[in-house]
Every structure is written in C-alpha cells, then in structure tokens.
Design a protein around this ligand. Sequence first.
Ligand SMILES: Cc1cc2nc3c(=O)[nH]c(=O)nc-3n(C[C@H](O)[C@H](O)[C@H](O)COP(=O)(O)OP(=O)(O)OC[C@H]3O[C@@H](n4cnc5c(N)ncnc54)[C@H](O)[C@@H]3O)c2cc1C
Length: 335
Amino acid sequence: MLVLGGGPAGTWAAVSAAERGARVVLADKGFCGTSGSTAAAGTGVWYVDPTPTDREASMASREKLGGYLQDRRWMVRTLDLTFQQSNRLAEWGYPYPVDDHGKSQRNSLQGPEYMRLMRKRTKQAGVTVLDHSPALELLLDEAGAVAGASGLRRQKQDRWTVRAKAVVIATGGCAFLSKTLGSNVLTGDGYLMAAEAGAEFSSMEFSNPYAISPAFGSVTKTLFYGWANFTYEDGSWCCIQRRSFRDCPSPASGGRSMRGSTRPTRTSSCTCGPRNRISSCPSTAPESIRSRIVFRLRCDWKAPCVAPAAFASSTRPAQPPSPGSMPPEMRRRAN
Ligand SMILES: Cc1cc2nc3c(=O)[nH]c(=O)nc-3n(C[C@H](O)[C@H](O)[C@H](O)COP(=O)(O)OP(=O)(O)OC[C@H]3O[C@@H](n4cnc5c(N)ncnc54)[C@H](O)[C@@H]3O)c2cc1C
C-alpha cells in the first residue's frame, strides 16, 4: 500500500495497514511528523466517554453548532474511532495531562508531541517513510485504476515511483493562502492528482473555512474572536459574539463591512471558562488579547447579520454594553 502524506490521516492509515500485514510506503512532501497543519498546532479532540447519554448530548450539541448538516453515522464512527485511537496514544506513551482528580484529560493534543509519536509508531510498524518526497502524479493501470504514484526525492534530486494495489491520498487540504502555521505545504496536490485520475469529489463545499485573523497574524485561530465584539463601519453593533452571527434576526445586509475588536464584553477578573466565556482581559493576558485589535471583514453572506433591535439604532458605545442591558438571549451568551 502507498500512503501519500504523513499528517495524522496518513500516519494512522499507514500504521493500521502495516498492523494488518500490508507492506506500506509513506511519502511525505516535508519531514513526516513535522509537516502539515496538526504538527504545528494544538488540536482539540472530540473525546467523549462511550456512555449513551454523554454521546447523545455531545452529538446534539455539535449538530446545533453545525446547523444540522451532519450525518449521524459519521459522527458515531468519528466518536468511536477517536475514543479508541486516543486511548491507544495513551498506551503508546502520549503525555496526557491529568485533572485535579487524577483523571487523564484526552480532549486535546499538542501537535508537535503527537506527530513526533506518530512518526515513531509509523516507523516501528515497519512502514518505509520517504521524507521530502512530494508525490506529483498517480499511476494508472490499463483499466484506468490507480496503481501507484510517482514523485520527487528532493534531497537526492531524483524521482521515486511506487506501484501499489492501494493508494491512500492524505495530503491535507488546500490552505496555503491562509498563511497559517503548518499550512504552507497544503497546496491541494492530492485533490489535483485525484481529479486528474478522474475521481469524483463530494462535500467540497465544506473544505475551506478560512478563519478570522488579523492581517498581520500568522496564526488564524478564531478562538480569540469568540469574545470579540463586532460593529459595522457606522459603529452600530453587529453582533456581540462570533457565534451569534447566524442568529441575528434583522434584514439582510450582504456586503456590508464590519469591524471587530477583541475588547472584552466585561471587565471583571478573568474567568478562563469554556470557549466564548472568557470575559475579561487581565494584565497577565497576552498582549494580543489585551490590546484592542481592530480588523475588518466583509459580511458577504446573504443571511441577516445586523444588531438586534436593542442595539440597532445605537452608535458604537464607548464601552461595550453590560450583560444586564442585553436582551435575554444575548445575555445568556455573554455570561
Ligand atoms: C489553525 C488550525 C487549527 C486547527 N484546529 C483543530 C482542532 O482543534 N481539532 C481538529 O481536529 N482539527 C484542527 N485543525 C484541522 C487539522 O489540523 C486537520 O484537519 C488535520 O491536520 C488534517 O490532517 P491530515 O493528515 O489530513 O493533513 P495534514 O496534517 O495537513 O498533513 C498533510 C500532509 O501531507 C503532506 N503533503 C502535502 N502534499 C503532498 C504531496 N504532494 N506528496 C506527499 N505529501 C504531501 C504534507 O507535507 C503533510 O505532512 C486545525 C487546523 C488549523 C489550520
């Protein structure tokens, strides 16, 4: 079997196949274990205990967040595999932190640690790893079926060719324009190779959600904006928090420019609670959070995205509104 790409998808595929007796070659454009978007990032993991009530609650909450577009069969499979593979990582020695009660916390991974471990396990499983070896094209047999691939070995300045009964394309997305750390190698090569070989694509409309980011930043984590305030250029409030965009009830305003800032909605002492609940900027917060970062973004979707009635006619207040002055629905979000 030939695996193209050595991020989490590629290394897990390679390890799984090798453990089942396949002879596996993995070719990565960069150095497997350091390349791709997970290797450079912290990763939140959907790790949920397999009790039916916990699973149901978690799936229901994700369905709401995702606009009810999910397919339950995939959610169940993802939960099962995530639980199983996260526990394997623990057995392999991944240093999960423990909480105050000594329980291992398995809902996030440090990308560099994780991918270093995956490289090690891939090699231990007997997989031949070709580093700095970007695949350039798929090979087809006479019937037009994919039968291998070829590419470059950049450090040896020659080419490689591998014939294989199965080829797994795991070359990541097409995110290099985002300039996000680790995404420089994600130039959509796998998509192109698959398209050239005649593959049909599905769900591509969900493949490129670029995150909100200041133009000067290299990390496009949207997390910071979970507690940002958004206004239109005329100063009227757009939404209190990022998640409320889709709930805004007023007429459409497609194409209007908005401004956002990371000024907190409240100024009491810091409560680093769940996402969208961090409500202050103490002096210990990173400068990027404490200082007001104003950025612009276009509101290009057709759905309405203006301030709810309580704020619609106001200009931008000198201080963000206190939770007490918000309508109940928004107050709930800001608390
Ligand atoms: C800022 C950010 C935050 C994220 N946060 C989370 C999170 O919290 N939780 C979560 O689950 N996901 C998160 N993701 C998404 C997650 O990082 C990706 O879904 C995941 O890395 C995809 O894994 P992958 O193996 O498919 O691709 P990648 O990890 O991107 O790996 C692709 C690999 O393919 C290689 N490659 C590319 N082209 C070729 C080629 N032609 N030939 C050979 N090799 C090639 C690359 O070198 C790379 O090693 C985040 C992504 C970003 C950018």
